[in-house]
Ligand binder design. Sequence first.
Ligand code: NAP
Length: 252
Amino acid sequence: MAEFLSLENRVALVTGGSRGIGRAIALEMARRGAAVVVNYNKSPEAAETVVAEIKAAGGKAASFQADVSNSAAAQALVKFTIETFGDLHILVNNAGITKDTVIMMMSEDDWDAVLDTNLKSTFHCSKAAVKHMMRKRYGRIINIASVAGQMGNPGQTNYSASKAGQIGFTKALAREIAARNITVNAIAPGFVDTEILGAVPPQTLEAALKLVPLARKGKPEEIAFAACFLASDQAAYITGQALGVDGGMAMM
Ligand code: NAP
């Protein structure tokens, strides 16, 4: 068995790897030896900074623009990964957005944008990656869901539905492709200190943090360590799970 939690000789694709949690996952996977494709949509400079940081540390990385809610773009992203680094072992479906408001105020566009970016992207990227992974009889798919998909959150019907959808998707796909040595797991983070929290009013955040037994926000790196574990050989017997990394918030 490979060295503990090593990702040596692995190729990883991280959607939304330019900022926040995805950035931390890309950096940590590269530090553990994986060649990493850093996908971005609107932040080319941020993605290039992640790639430069990985390369400066002696790792392998490349960036690729793709709006992963779009099927053709997601397919092009997977193709780029395989052509650039010769394989694809680890897919992290991390790209996500929020458009929070109460249901009476929520437009159909706000609903569609969140569902398409968070959930449909998971379908598009997984479908493209699974085609390759089935042939190779190896794969690790990690979906970054949320505690909101387990507990619900007022003002987030669209977001909570997308994240609960990712968890259901995880379980169904895990059962579908386990025989090909491909594991599919989700991580359900709680409140993690990234720009996405900028949209949450401070009083709402303060009230929500009272529900966290560990009484603090999580760090992006803490999600990244969980993702690396699920991507490692040591997690070979774990599939179809939603791992809470939430300071004890949900305790499912
Ligand atoms: P963030 O800091 O806002 O970063 C979001 C990332 O997603 C960016 O890299 C962004 O890239 C990318 N992205 C957005 N739309 C995209 C699209 N259509 N195609 C490709 N990439 C796209 O958010 P974060 O907090 O790191 O969130 C990452 C994931 O964790 C999300 O799925 C989120 O729902 C989940 N999560 C976060 C928290 C939290 O408290 N932070 C808690 C639970 C779950 P560009 O900037 O290039 O567009």
